[in-house]
Ligand binder design. Structure first.
Ligand code: MIC
Ligand code: SF4
Length: 647
């Protein structure tokens, strides 16, 4: 039987398990990436696993999420990551050098290789034909040490593209269209392969926009073929030697197939507060916009920003609107300078922000109260912009730029003449933004320098035979990791200080949660469907662990978050009958008299001690994940298994 692209890459990296959907597989990981907001924890975990030097082909540490350095905390974290990278064999991308996913595409990504990154948008690498996964820091640490990355073998979905995009309709509109079709849960359990004739019409940055937003679908990852377009992109980055062709077999079998005619799409926009809340731009045309933000790992490539510059050339940003532009990388910014396009952007009245995540994660440029913010980003969760009552709308760079000029949401086709941009055959750059690791012989004597903001992190305890837990929080559906552990300029400097962060846990949902959880000592959180969607931040597991949360009972979980809970030693239970959710109230006591059911089929009986009602829970984990959970998390498990953390 023929193979899909993903199956080919999995097959050549399979360390354990069978390629059958639903089975646990262990993959050899060729490359890893970390960013600063998850990276401090990942390198601390790497150290505490007793690992000395990375064993991957390439590991890269990026500083892109928090570059504000409003105090020593953030600067100390950067220094820790820089010195840890030098010592452990990791390449280091300086603050300001760019957003991890954009820089990784340009400099390090290789078709056919596996990549895991402590950031949920790591599947961006799929635009280059990599099999790239977002993961928690502990999984990345284990992979850096040469350990396998374990996932449940996903099903295969194929999206066939036909036709060609019309002027002013973009790859972002393709990403929004698939979210409209499938919703934020529609990709769960799948690897999405993009194929068909239409693929040839999309450049690598456009493909990467689409694989990037596969994270919003909940997909395990997304991947494009590696073809002549890929070769040309690698050549433009001075890396043609890294090119490998890759395509699926004609008789490959998919569990689900979707057809999209690119020629039939039109500009789309996601309304607050979910990326799948999609309408046509013209349906909300005329809505006044207070700010427009162009950038993020979804839309900050040179192609995107040259189009933005062409739209802004000779025009002014509307008086009542602010426009920010954050290029994805130093290479993109330098090319904007060389081509003169930056002057077109600046003279329109736009603000140039650093080559970093910036407003996407609430690091500056927060909207005013009740503000309408139109962004080329990938997430518009409530409060993520830094302003709780702001409404964030997601759209393409073209829609954003034309709307910035008009001061109101505008279908970019109103701009008139189609825009053609010329990309350089070869990007120019010196490599000052990248610091190589120290040679192995020198590494031993180096120190990974820790500042006072780095505090010990919690480690779970062995799972007991039974537990009785009070409900410290009951939430609704689609709780994001931004709800569980918010980011933003006030909290992000404390990503390596769990005790400090704990005071903000669930602050957007219930301000009293931290105090209540501490009062209860040990507790359980109850949630709805798709609990933990969004980010890969393991803080959304480690901070609840610190506050005594031992289990989460939900109707269903997002993949990375469920893995992070297990890695932290917190039980992710699903209701066998989702209606039982309705009968549980805050502060009820849930008795779990026999947890051994997790080992034997995954079924556990529970009793709500207030109502006396008995109900069944499911925790169907693969063999290894079960062992990790019973050991009290991945760090304990890795110690049990010996220094390598291999399962
Ligand atoms: C995000 O987009 O939510 C983030 C911030 O990049 C996160 C990582 C983090 O929380 O540090 C992600 O996507 O994993
Ligand atoms: Fe950074 Fe935003 Fe991309 Fe996350 S989604 S990596 S915060 S740019």
């Amino acid at each position: 039987m023929g193979r899909t692209i993903a199956q080919k890459i999995i097959e050549s990296h399979l360390l354990s398990g069978e390629m059958k959907a639903g089975e646990e597989i262990g993959l050899k990981i060729d490359q890893t990436l970390t960013q600063d907001a998850t990276g401090t924890m990942a390198y601390l975990e790497f150290e505490s696993m007793g690992l000395k030097r990375v064993k991957t082909e390439k590991s890269v540490a990026y500083i892109d999420h928090n570059t504000l350095q409003t105090g020593f905390e953030n600067a100390d974290d950067h220094r820790f990551i820089r010195t840890a990278a030098k010592k452990y064999g990791v390449w280091f991308s300086r603050p300001g050098n760019g957003i991890c996913h954009q820089v990784h595409l340009e400099r390090f990504g290789v078709p056919g290789k596996t990549l895991i990154g402590s950031d949920s948008h790591t599947p961006t690498g799929g635009g280059l034909g990599m099999l790239a996964f977002g993961a928690g820091g502990m999984d990345v640490a284990a992979a850096m040490g040469g350990g396998a990355y374990y996932i449940t073998m996903p099903k295969m979905m194929r999206v066939n593209l036909t036709g060609k995009l019309s002027p002013f309709v973009t790859a972002k509109d393709v990403a929004l269209e698939i979210l409209r079709l499938l919703s934020v849960k529609g990709g769960v359990g799948y690897i999405i392969e993009w194929g068909g004739e239409g693929v040839k019409t999309l450049g690598v940055p456009e493909r990467a926009t689409i694989t990037n937003m596969g994270a919003e679908l909940g997909a395990t990852t997304s991947v494009f073929p590696s073809d002549e377009v890929t070769r040309a992109f690698l050549a433009s980055q001075g890396r043609e030697g890294d090119f490998v062709p890759l395509e699926s077999d004609p008789d490959a079998v998919y569990d689900k197939t979707i057809e999209i005619d690119l020629g039939k799409l039109e500009p789309l926009v996601a309304l607050p507060h979910s990326p799948d809340n999609i309408v046509k731009v013209r349906e909300i045309e005329g809505k006044k916009v207070d700010q427009v933000c162009i950038g993020s790992c979804t839309n900050s490539s040179l192609a995107d920003l040259l189009k933005v510059a062409a739209i802004l050339r000779g025009n002014r940003v509307a008086d009542g609107t602010d426009l920010s532009v954050s290029p994805g990388s130093e290479r993109v910014l330098s090319e904007l300078v060389r081509s003169g396009a930056l002057a077109d952007i600046l003279s329109s009245g736009a603000r140039l922000l650093e080559c970093a995540c910036g407003p996407c994660i609430g690091m500056g440029f927060a909207p005013g109260s009740g503000g309408v913010s139109l962004r080329t980003f990938n997430r518009n969760f409530e409060g993520r912009s830094g302003t709780k009552d702001a409404g964030v709308y997601l759209c393409s760079p073209e829609t954003a730029a034309v709307s910035a000029i008009r001061g109101a949401v505008t279908d970019p086709r109103a701009f008139g003449k189609p825009i053609e941009v010329r990309l350089p055959e070869r990007y120019g750059s010196d490599d000052g933004g990248i610091i190589p690791p120290a040679p192995e012989a020198e590494a031993e004597g180096l120190e990974a320098v820790k500042g006072p903001n780095i505090k010990p992190f919690p480690v779970g305890g062995k799972l007991p035979g039974s537990m009785s837990l009070k409900v410290s929080l009951k939430t609704g559906d689609n709780i994001t990791t931004d709800h569980i552990m918010p980011a933003g300029a006030k909290i992000l400097p404390y990503r390596s200080n769990i005790p400090h962060m704990s005071q903000f846990c669930f602050s957007a949902v219930d301000k009293d949660f931290p105090a209540r959880a501490e009062e209860y000592g040990q507790s359980v959180v109850v949630g709805g469907v798709n609990y933990g969607q969004g980010s890969s931040r393991e803080h959304a597991a480690l901070v609840p662990l610190y506050l005594g949360v031992r289990a989460v009972i939900a109707k269903s979980f997002a993949r990375i978050h469920a893995a992070n809970l297990v890695n932290a030693g917190i039980i992710p239970f699903e209701f066998e009958n989702p209606d039982d959710y309705d009968e549980i109230s805050l502060s009820d006591e849930i008795s779990l008299p026999d947890l051994s059911g997790i080992k034997t089929g995954g079924r556990v009986e529970a009793t709500d001690m207030r109502t006396g009602k008995k109900f069944a829970l499911r925790c169907t984990l693969t063999g290894r994940a079960r062992e990790v959970l019973f050991a009290g998390g991945l760090l304990n498990y890795a110690k049990e298994q010996g220094a390598q953390g291999r399962g």
